[in-house]
Design a protein around this ligand. Structure first.
Ligand SMILES: [Zn+2]
Ligand SMILES: [Zn+2]
Length: 480
C-alpha cells in the first residue's frame, strides 16, 4: 500500500517538472506630464484651463500621487508596480517578464522625442529591476510613433541577434528556450489592425499620418511585413520539434467585452489568426495579450470543441476613457520543462486607498484556480467557467465582473460598463465576447434570439468529456 502511494506521488512529481514563474505586465501608458496636483479634467496635467482663469472656478479635482481613473500613469505608480514585482519574487524564481505594449501615453500631442524618452525610461527601470532576467516586449498600438530600429536599439540587451533581426525590420520576433522545450512568439499586432477602428480615434490626422508612415499599417497587402508566413513557419517548426509555444501580443482577436463589440483587428486577419490557432492548438501553451485594460479571457473553438485560450491581463494604468480599472500585475506559475501553465495570481493596487494614504501597497487580488474553483488551466475548463456566467444560482459572473475591472470601487464602477446591477444582458455580453472571438458570430450571439438558441445548443464538447473520463480511468489503472 505504502509503496503504491509513494509511486503515485513520485510519478506525479516527475510529471509535474520544475515550477517557475513569469510576470505579465501591460498597458503602462506612462505620461511624463502627469502631476499629482494636476486637473483631472485636463489629463491630470498641471495647466491652467479656461475655467481656472475665468471668474467662476468649480471645485478642482486633484489627480493624486499614484494616478487617477481618468488619466494615464504617473511615474510614481509605475515605480511602485515594479517595486511590488521585485519584492514579491517567488522563491522558485522568476524566469522572465512579458511586457505587452502600450508603454507610452494615449496623448496624441506628445512629441516623438518625449515618447522615445518615455520608452527609454521604462526600459531602464525594467532593466535595472530585472537585471538577471529577460523582458520579452511586444509593441502596443500606442507605441507606433516610434520606428522599429529606434525601439530595437533600446531593447537589444533583451533580444538575441536572430530576434533582433526580425524586430528591427518588422516589429516581431521569436525566442527559443532551447533547454526547456518552450518558445515565445512576440507578434506585432499593429500590422493587422483595422485601418478605421484600429487607430485611436482621438489621434489627430497629423499623428495618424506620422505613425502609419513610420511603422504601422504601411502595408496593405494580405500579409503585411510577411508576418503571417513567418508565424506559420515558426509554428510548423515548433510542432516538428515538439515545443510548447506562448503567443504574445498587444491587440487580441475578438471584441471588447466592455464596449459592446468593438473589434480592432481587421476581419480577414482576425479569421486567419483563429485558423492558425485551430491548426496548431496542440502545441500552443497559452496566448497572452493586453490592450483592453481589463481582466478577461477568450476561448477558441474548433468544430465546437474548445481547443485554446487567450488571457488578457489588466493594465497598469487606471485610465481608459469610460472604462477605468484599478492597476494590475499578473504572475503566472508554470512548468519550466514543459511550458504548461499551472495558475496565475493577479496583483492589484487599490488606487483610492493608495492616494489617500500616500503609500502604494500592492496586494494579491485572487488566484485563477481557487477564485473560480477550477481544477486545471485548460480550454475546456475555461469554457465551462464562461458557461457559468449565464447560469442563475452561480456566482462565477459576479466574481468575474469584479475582477474584470480589477476590483474597481462600486461608486466608480457603476458609472461604467454594465452599471451597478449585474443584469442578464450584461452577463450575456461578456459570455458572447469570451466565447465568440470573431466579430460576426459575436453579433449573432448578442442578439436576443440567437442567445436563446445558443444557450439551448451551446457547444457540447462531448469528445473532451469522453477524453477526461478515459484519462481519469487510465490514471486509476496506472496507480494500481
Ligand atoms: Zn492601452
Ligand atoms: Zn492598445
Amino acid at each position: 500500500m505504502m509503496i503504491r502511494v509513494y509511486l503515485v506521488l513520485l510519478c506525479s512529481c516527475m510529471a509535474r517538472g520544475k515550477i517557475g514563474y513569469f510576470w505579465h505586465i501591460t498597458d503602462i501608458h506612462y505620461d511624463p506630464k502627469y502631476s499629482s496636483q494636476g486637473n483631472t479634467d485636463s489629463m491630470c496635467w498641471n495647466i491652467r484651463t479656461d475655467i481656472d482663469t475665468g471668474g467662476i472656478r468649480p471645485a478642482r479635482r486633484v489627480a493624486g500621487i499614484f494616478g487617477n481613473y481618468t488619466c494615464d500613469s504617473p511615474w510614481a505608480l509605475i515605480e511602485s508596480a515594479v517595486h511590488a514585482m521585485k519584492s514579491n519574487r517567488p522563491e522558485e524564481g522568476t524566469e522572465f517578464v512579458l511586457w505587452t505594449g502600450d508603454a507610452v501615453t494615449h496623448n496624441s500631442e506628445m512629441s516623438e522625442e518625449l515618447r522615445l524618452q518615455s520608452m527609454k525610461n521604462l526600459t531602464d527601470l525594467l532593466s535595472h529591476t530585472f537585471s538577471s532576467q529577460f523582458v520579452f516586449p511586444a509593441l502596443g498600438h500606442e507605441d507606433i510613433g516610434l520606428n522599429f530600429s529606434q525601439i530595437a536599439s533600446l531593447w537589444k540587451h533583451w533580444l538575441p541577434s536572430e530576434a533582433l533581426q526580425t524586430f528591427e525590420k518588422s516589429g516581431y520576433y521569436t525566442i527559443e528556450q532551447k533547454l526547456k522545450k518552450y518558445r515565445i512568439i512576440s507578434l506585432n499586432t499593429n500590422l493587422w489592425l483595422n485601418p478605421v477602428t484600429g487607430v485611436d480615434n482621438r489621434v489627430s490626422q497629423h499623428h495618424q499620418n506620422q505613425r502609419t508612415g513610420a511603422s504601422a499599417v504601411n502595408d496593405n497587402t494580405d500579409d503585411p511585413h510577411g508576418q503571417w508566413e513567418w508565424f506559420d513557419q515558426i509554428l510548423a517548426s515548433a510542432l516538428e520539434k515538439k515545443e510548447k509555444v506562448y503567443i504574445v501580443g498587444h491587440t487580441p482577436p475578438g471584441v471588447d467585452e466592455r464596449a459592446s463589440g468593438a473589434s480592432l483587428l481587421q476581419d480577414s486577419h482576425n479569421r486567419r489568426y483563429l485558423q492558425l490557432v485551430q491548426r496548431y492548438a496542440s502545441i500552443i501553451g497559452g496566448q497572452f495579450y493586453g490592450h483592453w485594460h481589463s481582466d478577461t479571457f477568450r476561448i477558441i473553438y474548433h468544430e465546437g470543441v474548445p481547443v485554446s485560450w487567450i488571457m488578457m491581463a489588466p493594465s497598469i494604468t487606471p485610465g481608459r476613457p469610460n472604462f477605468p480599472n484599478n492597476p494590475g500585475l499578473r504572475l503566472y506559475k508554470f512548468e519550466t520543462t514543459s511550458g504548461k501553465i499551472l495558475d496565475y495570481t493577479q496583483w492589484y493596487l487599490d488606487l483610492q486607498e493608495a492616494n489617500a494614504k500616500g503609500r502604494a501597497s500592492w496586494q494579491e487580488e485572487y488566484s485563477l484556480l481557487s477564485y473560480y474553483d477550477l481544477k486545471d488551466v485548460n480550454a475546456m475548463n475555461l469554457h465551462d467557467l464562461a458557461g457559468r456566467f449565464i447560469k442563475t444560482n452561480d456566482n462565477a459572473f459576479s466574481r468575474y465582473y469584479a475582477a474584470n475591472t480589477v476590483f474597481l470601487p462600486r461608486e466608480v464602477a457603476h458609472r461604467t460598463g454594465c452599471g451597478g446591477a449585474l443584469s442578464g444582458t450584461c452577463a450575456r455580453q461578456h459570455w458572447c465576447s469570451v466565447t465568440r472571438v470573431n466579430p460576426g458570430p459575436y453579433s449573432d450571439c448578442i442578439s436576443l434570439n440567437a442567445f436563446a438558441l445558443a444557450e439551448a445548443c451551446s457547444p457540447t464538447p462531448r469528445f473532451y468529456i469522453a477524453l477526461h473520463v478515459v484519462s481519469a480511468l487510465c490514471c486509476l489503472l496506472l496507480s494500481r
